[in-house]
Design a protein. Structure first.
Length: 191
């Protein structure tokens, strides 16, 4: 059974042991993973033999793309070895989950709280600043990373996802709550 959390910890430990920048390693791993995932969609079969065939292709591609005169960095080598291990163990189908788990582990380690927001309308910077400051004050992280998008179906207000917690302050949510409450008081009569 593939355990994303254990593999993520091993990835981070490997990079740290080799004195590599973990974020750069993740970026390299994610770029290589996109390529491998595209091969999977084309019906490629993975395992030990596939990893052996991929290795010279990956290192050749990295050398050609390297800005430092074709030199492969230690970070790129470590990320590549790790990707080849995933291919060798035939765990390519878990790559997206593994990348998400690595990001989550890095955020925890660095005291970063990722927040995803949905707004009915484009928010002003003051609102975003207040959200970030409120989360920092309540949880004490080193950094809050806020990303968001407009979702008109909320009608008004916003919805925040902070880790596994959702704060729904949208008009749509309030209307749904009122509908449920009124239906319960009217003996379940439908609207």
């Amino acid at each position: 059974m593939f355990n994303c959390r254990s593999w993520a910890a091993a990835f981070i430990n490997s990079l740290e042991k080799d004195n590599c920048n973990v974020q750069d390693g993740l970026d390299t791993f994610a770029a290589l993973a996109r390529w491998v995932s595209s091969l999977q969609k084309q019906g490629a079969v993975f395992g030990r033999a596939a990893a052996e065939k991929m290795e010279p292709l990956i290192y050749g591609g990295i050398s050609a793309a390297a800005a430092s005169g074709g030199q492969i960095t230690q970070t790129q080598q470590t990320a590549t070895r790790f990707l080849l291990l995933v291919v060798k163990k035939n765990a390519v189908r878990h790559i997206d989950s593994l990348i998400a788990e690595i990001k989550k582990a890095l955020n925890e380690k660095n005291g970063v709280i990722p927040v995803f927001a949905e707004y009915a309308f484009e928010p002003n910077k003051e609102f975003e600043s207040r959200v970030i400051e409120t989360i920092k004050r309540r949880s004490g992280p080193a950094k809050v990373e806020l990303t968001g998008r407009v979702k008109a179906e909320l009608i008004g207000g916003y919805r925040l996802r902070i880790g596994d917690e959702v704060i729904d302050a949208s008009i749509r949510h309030q209307l749904q709550k009122m509908k449920t409450h009124l239906a319960a008081e009217n003996g379940g009569t439908k609207w």
